[in-house]
Ligand binder design. Structure first.
Ligand SMILES: *[C@@H]1O[C@H](CO)[C@@H](O)[C@H](O)[C@H]1NC(C)=O
Ligand SMILES: [Zn+2]
Length: 185
Protein backbone atom coordinates (compact mmCIF):
# COMPACT_ATOMS: atom_id res chain seq x y z
CA UNK A 1 0.00 0.00 0.00
CA UNK A 2 2.76 2.43 0.99
CA UNK A 3 4.65 1.54 -2.20
CA UNK A 4 1.56 2.20 -4.29
CA UNK A 5 1.09 5.56 -2.57
CA UNK A 6 4.71 6.40 -3.31
CA UNK A 7 4.22 5.50 -6.98
CA UNK A 8 1.10 7.65 -7.16
CA UNK A 9 2.92 10.56 -5.55
CA UNK A 10 5.80 10.16 -7.98
CA UNK A 11 3.40 10.07 -10.91
CA UNK A 12 1.71 13.25 -9.71
CA UNK A 13 5.06 14.98 -9.39
CA UNK A 14 6.20 13.79 -12.81
CA UNK A 15 2.86 14.70 -14.39
CA UNK A 16 2.95 18.13 -12.81
CA UNK A 17 6.35 18.69 -14.38
CA UNK A 18 5.15 17.34 -17.69
CA UNK A 19 2.02 19.49 -17.69
CA UNK A 20 3.67 22.73 -16.67
CA UNK A 21 7.18 22.06 -17.90
CA UNK A 22 8.37 25.37 -16.58
CA UNK A 23 12.11 25.53 -16.43
CA UNK A 24 12.96 29.09 -15.41
CA UNK A 25 16.50 30.30 -16.13
CA UNK A 26 17.38 31.79 -12.76
CA UNK A 27 19.02 35.16 -12.28
CA UNK A 28 22.11 33.34 -10.99
CA UNK A 29 22.27 31.35 -14.24
CA UNK A 30 21.93 34.35 -16.56
CA UNK A 31 24.43 36.28 -14.46
CA UNK A 32 22.20 38.97 -12.99
CA UNK A 33 23.00 41.43 -10.21
CA UNK A 34 21.19 41.46 -6.87
CA UNK A 35 18.26 43.88 -6.69
CA UNK A 36 18.89 47.04 -4.69
CA UNK A 37 15.45 46.78 -3.09
CA UNK A 38 12.04 45.22 -3.48
CA UNK A 39 8.38 45.63 -2.55
CA UNK A 40 6.01 42.76 -2.06
CA UNK A 41 3.61 41.81 -4.83
CA UNK A 42 0.46 39.99 -3.71
CA UNK A 43 -0.56 36.51 -4.84
CA UNK A 44 -3.96 35.64 -6.32
CA UNK A 45 -3.67 38.50 -8.82
CA UNK A 46 -6.38 39.22 -11.39
CA UNK A 47 -4.20 40.42 -14.26
CA UNK A 48 -1.26 39.59 -16.50
CA UNK A 49 0.32 42.22 -18.76
CA UNK A 50 2.27 41.07 -21.80
CA UNK A 51 5.15 43.21 -23.13
CA UNK A 52 7.99 43.10 -25.58
CA UNK A 53 11.38 44.55 -24.71
CA UNK A 54 11.49 46.42 -28.06
CA UNK A 55 15.18 45.50 -28.01
CA UNK A 56 17.43 42.93 -29.61
CA UNK A 57 16.09 39.46 -30.44
CA UNK A 58 18.07 36.46 -29.18
CA UNK A 59 17.78 32.79 -30.01
CA UNK A 60 20.39 31.07 -27.81
CA UNK A 61 20.78 30.86 -24.05
CA UNK A 62 24.13 32.63 -24.29
CA UNK A 63 22.73 35.52 -26.34
CA UNK A 64 19.55 35.81 -24.24
CA UNK A 65 21.56 35.79 -21.01
CA UNK A 66 23.65 38.65 -22.43
CA UNK A 67 20.46 40.53 -23.31
CA UNK A 68 19.18 40.00 -19.77
CA UNK A 69 22.37 41.48 -18.31
CA UNK A 70 22.29 44.43 -20.74
CA UNK A 71 18.66 45.15 -19.93
CA UNK A 72 19.18 44.86 -16.18
CA UNK A 73 22.15 47.24 -16.38
CA UNK A 74 20.03 49.72 -18.36
CA UNK A 75 17.09 49.49 -15.95
CA UNK A 76 19.28 49.82 -12.86
CA UNK A 77 22.04 52.18 -13.99
CA UNK A 78 20.25 54.44 -16.49
CA UNK A 79 16.66 54.33 -15.23
CA UNK A 80 17.58 53.97 -11.55
CA UNK A 81 15.30 51.02 -10.90
CA UNK A 82 15.89 48.40 -8.21
CA UNK A 83 16.14 45.54 -10.71
CA UNK A 84 15.14 44.56 -14.25
CA UNK A 85 11.56 45.83 -14.59
CA UNK A 86 9.62 42.70 -15.57
CA UNK A 87 8.58 39.74 -13.43
CA UNK A 88 9.55 37.23 -16.14
CA UNK A 89 10.92 37.32 -19.69
CA UNK A 90 10.63 34.95 -22.62
CA UNK A 91 13.71 34.51 -24.79
CA UNK A 92 13.71 33.79 -28.52
CA UNK A 93 15.28 30.48 -27.45
CA UNK A 94 11.90 29.49 -25.98
CA UNK A 95 13.09 29.69 -22.39
CA UNK A 96 11.63 31.61 -19.45
CA UNK A 97 14.08 33.98 -17.74
CA UNK A 98 13.66 35.11 -14.15
CA UNK A 99 13.13 38.82 -13.68
CA UNK A 100 11.75 40.04 -10.36
CA UNK A 101 9.84 36.79 -9.95
CA UNK A 102 6.41 36.12 -8.52
CA UNK A 103 6.08 38.12 -5.35
CA UNK A 104 8.14 41.22 -6.09
CA UNK A 105 6.43 44.33 -7.43
CA UNK A 106 7.50 44.97 -11.01
CA UNK A 107 8.17 48.21 -12.92
CA UNK A 108 6.48 47.62 -16.26
CA UNK A 109 2.97 49.12 -16.46
CA UNK A 110 2.66 52.06 -14.00
CA UNK A 111 -0.60 51.71 -12.05
CA UNK A 112 -0.94 48.06 -13.09
CA UNK A 113 2.31 46.93 -11.46
CA UNK A 114 0.66 46.18 -8.13
CA UNK A 115 -2.14 44.09 -9.59
CA UNK A 116 -0.40 42.13 -12.35
CA UNK A 117 2.45 39.87 -13.36
CA UNK A 118 4.47 41.47 -16.17
CA UNK A 119 5.84 39.07 -18.79
CA UNK A 120 8.04 40.44 -21.56
CA UNK A 121 9.10 38.78 -24.82
CA UNK A 122 12.69 39.65 -25.72
CA UNK A 123 12.81 41.34 -29.11
CA UNK A 124 10.74 43.80 -31.13
CA UNK A 125 7.50 42.13 -32.19
CA UNK A 126 6.61 44.72 -34.77
CA UNK A 127 9.32 42.89 -36.75
CA UNK A 128 9.96 39.63 -34.91
CA UNK A 129 7.28 36.95 -34.82
CA UNK A 130 6.75 34.93 -31.62
CA UNK A 131 7.78 31.30 -32.17
CA UNK A 132 5.76 28.24 -31.16
CA UNK A 133 8.37 27.54 -28.46
CA UNK A 134 8.01 31.03 -26.99
CA UNK A 135 4.23 30.80 -26.99
CA UNK A 136 4.37 27.39 -25.31
CA UNK A 137 6.82 28.71 -22.69
CA UNK A 138 4.60 31.69 -21.86
CA UNK A 139 1.49 29.52 -21.63
CA UNK A 140 3.31 27.01 -19.40
CA UNK A 141 4.45 29.84 -17.14
CA UNK A 142 0.87 31.11 -16.89
CA UNK A 143 -0.46 27.63 -16.10
CA UNK A 144 2.21 27.33 -13.43
CA UNK A 145 1.19 30.73 -12.02
CA UNK A 146 -2.41 29.53 -11.71
CA UNK A 147 -1.32 26.27 -10.06
CA UNK A 148 0.79 28.21 -7.55
CA UNK A 149 -2.05 30.60 -6.75
CA UNK A 150 -0.03 33.56 -8.02
CA UNK A 151 -2.83 34.50 -10.41
CA UNK A 152 -6.51 33.58 -10.32
CA UNK A 153 -7.64 30.82 -12.67
CA UNK A 154 -9.92 33.36 -14.40
CA UNK A 155 -7.18 36.01 -14.66
CA UNK A 156 -7.45 38.61 -17.40
CA UNK A 157 -4.56 38.95 -19.83
CA UNK A 158 -3.85 42.26 -21.55
CA UNK A 159 -1.25 43.57 -23.94
CA UNK A 160 0.58 46.60 -22.52
CA UNK A 161 -1.06 48.83 -25.18
CA UNK A 162 -4.46 48.12 -23.57
CA UNK A 163 -3.41 49.64 -20.25
CA UNK A 164 -0.95 52.33 -21.41
CA UNK A 165 -0.25 54.56 -24.39
CA UNK A 166 2.38 52.42 -26.06
CA UNK A 167 2.64 50.14 -29.10
CA UNK A 168 4.01 47.44 -26.76
CA UNK A 169 3.95 44.39 -27.13
CA UNK A 170 4.33 44.95 -30.90
CA UNK A 171 1.78 44.09 -33.58
CA UNK A 172 2.82 40.47 -34.15
CA UNK A 173 2.80 39.54 -30.48
CA UNK A 174 -0.42 41.45 -29.86
CA UNK A 175 -2.11 39.53 -32.70
CA UNK A 176 -0.93 36.29 -31.06
CA UNK A 177 -2.10 36.99 -27.49
CA UNK A 178 -5.54 38.04 -28.74
CA UNK A 179 -6.01 34.30 -29.51
CA UNK A 180 -5.30 33.24 -25.89
CA UNK A 181 -8.33 32.25 -23.85
CA UNK A 182 -7.72 34.71 -20.97
CA UNK A 183 -7.18 37.73 -23.24
CA UNK A 184 -9.94 40.32 -22.99
CA UNK A 185 -10.73 43.28 -25.21
C1 LIG B 1 -8.53 34.65 -4.57
O1 LIG B 1 -9.48 35.67 -4.74
C2 LIG B 1 -10.83 35.22 -4.87
C3 LIG B 1 -11.72 36.42 -5.06
O2 LIG B 1 -11.40 37.09 -6.23
C4 LIG B 1 -11.24 34.43 -3.65
O3 LIG B 1 -12.53 33.91 -3.84
C5 LIG B 1 -10.26 33.32 -3.39
O4 LIG B 1 -10.57 32.66 -2.19
C6 LIG B 1 -8.83 33.85 -3.33
N1 LIG B 1 -7.91 32.75 -3.19
C7 LIG B 1 -6.93 32.76 -2.30
C8 LIG B 1 -6.06 31.55 -2.30
O5 LIG B 1 -6.73 33.69 -1.54
ZN1 LIG C 1 5.39 47.15 -22.34
Amino acid sequence: MAFKTLLTLLAVLLCANAVFGVNVISKATWGGRAATGCSNLASNLSYVVIHHTAGTYCSTKTACSQQMRNMQNYHMDSLGWADIGYNFLIGGDGQVYEGRGWNTLGAHATSWNSKSIGISFMGNYNNNVPTAAQIAAAKALLADAVSRGQIKSNYILYGHRQVGSTECPGNNLYAEIKKWSNWRA
